[in-house]
Design a binder for this molecule. Structure first.
Ligand code: GDP
Ligand code: IMO
Ligand code: MG
Length: 425
């Protein structure tokens, strides 16, 4: 079985897109299994940048089959926008290179409006969502009023479900959230147009993936977001609405958990997060600002500044446990060049003891004081290194500490955004 999962080990934006593109060479099938167009992945090949949100990152490599699995929240409008942008860059998104599950839950315009209005209603307690309708779409899924791709493929079913849902949503939007009622007819017509364009892409993707696994093909599962945005193990409620950990693969792609062989955690050499919520190692100072500028830490989806901080090994250790990581890829080591000393959090001081896990309660997490170990910095020349034997002792020490604390080997490192700026150890 040649299956590999790529998941974010922090708060997202670890470089999963780059890593997936790098691993696409050795993959036949690349599968998204959760999230939606709240994700933002930047991939750089030969100096050219590509931005993806919903379509699997394997699309850039070419000649690979890509799958949007059933666990994804699928916005057809976002999909066509992205496919058009890719077409302009010479990458064609056709049914030959992409299949979409007939079980994906659809994002409808009322989900996006609900996301916006609910965030407004939360006031200063807002989550800082991407406002793509992700939370409201998954809410409907679990409440069992979601509209799935297979429903859209049948005009009558779609029409009936849409009208029933919108009647109820409109009451909620106008009476509870003080918003404006939305028009069903326009929405219906728009989605029925999408339906015909989507039809050739729609498949039972669980069957497709199963066939690939049985044929001995290499299947790569591409995660979106990161462990601390996981609906169960993240910093709830400052999380996204899906399981971003490796456990999400089985349900979100329709395969058995025993089909997963390797789980690769992607971690930055430091920590970032967008949106609100606790962040123990946050650097609200000039070092944080320096990392933000050098690392271009501004969101792909919303353009917001990413909050920056030191590497937190409590987070990576929690990630290793929850996702069963078999290796790490550590990215953006080049961004840390020139900082000296570099601090790494190896534990939290909490209630007079040292703990090595992320506590469930945000009140408890707010009380956790990072315990730091200091490392000697390295210089800019690391960006030019392509052979692990040329790595400076300072970086080896840094990586060894990650391995010792988490118990997971760092097999690959990244020293630049490009596909080739990657080093195998
Ligand atoms: P994702 O959401 O996990 O796919 O990550 P993003 O694409 O949102 O953010 C990672 C950013 O860092 C992107 O702009 C990448 O091009 C860039 N990147 C990835 N790896 C490296 C690296 O090793 N060094 C540098 N300088 N940039 C990197
Ligand atoms: P990638 O795949 C970073 C964050 C949002 C917000 C919270 C909930 O690029 O790593 P949502 O719209 O999902 O309901 O927002 O989750 N968030 C991300 N942060 N990277 C992402 O994806 C994210 N996707 C969602 O900023 O705090
Ligand atoms: Mg991102």
């Amino acid at each position: 079985m040649n299956t590999k999962v790529v998941v974010g080990a922090q708060w997202g934006d670890e470089g999963k897109g780059k890593v997936t593109d790098y691993l696409a060479e050795g993959s036949d099938l690349i599968v998204r299994f959760q999230g939606g167009n709240n994700a933002g992945h930047t991939i750089e090949v030969d100096g050219k940048q590509y931005k993806l949100q919903l379509i699997p990152s394997g699309i850039i490599y070419g000649g690979r089959m890509n799958v949007i699995g059933n666990g994804v929240a699928f916005d057809p409008a976002a999909f066509f926008r992205e496919a058009d942008t890719l077409a302009q860059a010479g990458i064609l998104v056709t049914p030959e290179v992409l299949a979409i599950s007939d079980r994906v839950n659809l994002i409808l315009p009322y989900h996006i409006e609900l996301d916006r209005l609910k965030e407004l209603a939360r006031g200063s307690q807002d989550i800082g969502t991407t406002k793509k309708g992700i939370g409201p779409c998954y809410t409907d899924k679990y409440e069992r009023s979601g509209i799935r791709m297979c429903d859209l493929m049948d005009r009558d079913t779609f029409s009936e479900k849409l009208n029933r849902n919108l009647e109820e949503k409109n009451r909620y939007i106008t009476l509870v959230l003080n918003g404006e009622a939305m028009d069903a007819a326009a929405m219906e017509q728009q989605y029925l147009e999408y339906a015909e364009r989507l039809r050739p892409f729609v498949k039972d993707t669980s069957v497709l993936i199963d066939q690939a696994i049985h044929a001995g093909k290499n299947v790569l599962f591409e995660g979106a977001q990161g462990m601390l945005l996981d609906i169960d193990y993240g910093t709830y409620p400052y999380v996204t609405s899906s399981n971003t950990t490796a456990g999400g693969v089985a349900a979100g792609a329709g395969i058995g958990p025993n089909r997963i062989r390797e789980v690769v955690g992607v971690a930055k050499a430091y920590t970032t997060r967008v949106g609100k919520g606790p962040f123990p190692t946050e650097l609200d100072n000039e070092i944080g600002e320096h990392i933000r500028q050098v690392g271009h830490e501004f969101g792909t989806v919303t353009g917001r500044s990413r909050r920056c901080g030191w590497l937190d090994l409590v987070i990576l250790k929690t990630s290793a446990r929850v996702s069963g990581l078999t290796s790490f890829v550590v990215t953006k080591l080049d961004t840390m060049a020139g900082i000296d000393p570099i601090r790494v959090c190896t534990g939290y001081e909490f209630n007079g003891t040292i703990i090595d896990y992320v506590p469930a309660s945000l009140k408890d997490l707010a009380q956790c004081q990072p315990v730091y170990r200091d490392f000697k910095g390295w210089d800019e020349s690391v960006a030019q290194i392509r052979d692990a034997r040329d790595l400076p002792a300072e970086i080896i020490d840094y990586l060894t500490c990650i391995e010792e604390v988490t118990g997971v080997p760092v097999k690959t490192i990244s020293v630049g955004p490009g596909r080739d700026e990657t080093i195998e150890r």
